[in-house]
Design a protein around this ligand. Structure first.
Ligand SMILES: [Fe+2]
Length: 134
């Protein structure tokens, strides 16, 4: 299953952040392709670091906006971003050490995918209530 961004449930009211979420989904889907197509450990590693790099760029911007607008979910956002970084680093280490089977990586991918959707819908969307209307 590929993940798709949708306006009704996922918009934050900030087009920059919405665009970053779309790009993040895109990279997430590339990670899935690397697994499904059995592109091997090297492709899997590069898809994972591509995803992790973008998470850093995106988290930094989003955290700054939450602080600027005193968003109600700011603390929860920081906490969950730290949780995501830790989970992703764990998967990266596992893949690096060659200890992960395809089935296990797929299960982790699914768990991360669920995390990402839930995080955007439950935490990030609270920005919508506080951002300045242009
Ligand atoms: Fe977030």
């Amino acid at each position: 299953m590929t993940v798709k961004w949708n306006y009704e449930e996922m918009t934050t009211g900030l087009s920059e952040i919405d665009e970053q979420h779309k790009e993040w989904f895109h990279r997430f889907n590339m990670f899935q392709e690397a697994i499904v197509n059995g592109q091997g450990q090297a492709a899997l590693r590069s898809a994972l670091s591509f995803l992790a790099d973008y998470a850093e760029v995106h988290f930094e911007r989003e955290e700054a906006y939450m602080q600027r607008y005193h968003c109600a979910t700011q603390a929860k956002n920081l906490e969950q971003h730290a949780e995501f970084r830790a989970k992703l680093a764990e998967i990266q280490n596992w893949v690096d050490q060659g200890g992960a089977t395809m089935v296990e990586v797929m299960a982790l991918h699914l768990a991360l995918e669920e995390w990402m959707i839930k995080h955007i819908c439950d935490v990030d969307v609270h920005l919508r209530a506080v951002v300045e209307v242009p």
